[in-house]
Design a protein around this ligand. Sequence first.
Ligand SMILES: [Ca+2]
Ligand SMILES: [Ca+2]
Ligand SMILES: [Ca+2]
Ligand SMILES: [Ca+2]
Length: 426
Amino acid sequence: MGRSVDLGTQCWWVAISFSLMLSCVERVSTQIKYSVPEEVKVGSVVGNVAKDLGLDISSLEKRRFRIVSGVPFLVLQKSLDREKESEHKLILTAIDGGNPPRSGTVNVTVIVLDSNDNHPTFSQEVYYATVRENTDAGVFVIKLNATDLDEGLNGQIEYFFGEELKGNLYEIFNMDKDTGELRINGEIDFEKTDIFKLDVHATDKGQPPMSADCTVIISVLDVNDNKPEIEVTSLSKIVSEDSKPGTVVALISITDQDAGLNGKVICSLSDNIPFDLKPSFQDNMYSLVIKHKLDRESVSHYDVTITATDCGVPPLSTSRTLSIDVSDVNDNAPQFAQNPVELYLVAGSSPGLDSLGRCVFGQDTLLVAYWWWSEGPVAPVSGSLASVSAPQGGCGYNVACHHQCVNVCVNGWMTGCVKRFGALRD
Ligand SMILES: [Ca+2]
Ligand SMILES: [Ca+2]
Ligand SMILES: [Ca+2]
Ligand SMILES: [Ca+2]
């Protein structure tokens, strides 16, 4: 407890537990200053006032001065709180026993020295901030603010992440321990984490230190940084031309990892194709279906391009092309350039292919069979009279023909229909 000299006024809350009565005081105009730690317990002696004034009690008594009551010590009667009042000024009055009594005063100043008896306090228990994903490292997020009523080191605050924080959060955020500024340090990816919860401690530099906790909740705002993804889960690469409208050709999953409009996808198909994309009962699943009747003889192959575009700003899109072949069915009867075709055969001609000319032109790729015909099927063309090279329809004369007139017909293999296409004559 130090001692110095100063002026002052009386303070109400510290009582001095003594009454000092000097029998003869002409004038006392001394100032006394004490410094007291604020944690000092009630009842502790703050100072020996008489001694500090240079008064010798025993000599006072010899000189017939007497202490009326108490002891000449300044004793703490109520606990101190530097943060409420850091300095107390008292006036000690001494009154003599004369008639009329005369008095003198002493100014007593008590300086309260700080103890670390206040922990830091955050301005909010929970701080909220938002940050866009993909924001660059170093960008400011939020400033935390804690205060401490103590002074000096007892009131100086440092900020730290809580030890229970997940490891990667230390890499994503950076805390300035002196200013409480939180900045981005690593990758912010909405698709990985859309909200961060950080525990932060504020600790003073007192001994022992005191600390406080707060929570920082950082919401990540989505950015449209993902293209839609098209995945074909099943595909019929070949579809029959007689498939009915509505037949499912492919099952397609279309997803976008972004949120909200950034992840909302609109699909489209290439123009002028007999296919349609229909949403399935399952989220993000679509069926590629046949929209109307196919005709292999018109188009035998389709490149179906599916384009998925999200509704972000700017929008992102992905395309995928499916290759689909149309397989044939026997839906066309053989057709002839002329019907009937007059074929002339000279009796005794040498056998030889194509001697009768080409006469069959079928559209389907199925095999066709050819028959000689005379008021009804006589024999396959490949018999003894002649041969026909299917499917090109070359008709060859093999053996001399003795028929006056033979109708040559063709039988559509699948449909069984019989067409007359020509006649042989001598
Ligand atoms: Ca204090
Ligand atoms: Ca403190
Ligand atoms: Ca995103
Ligand atoms: Ca997107």
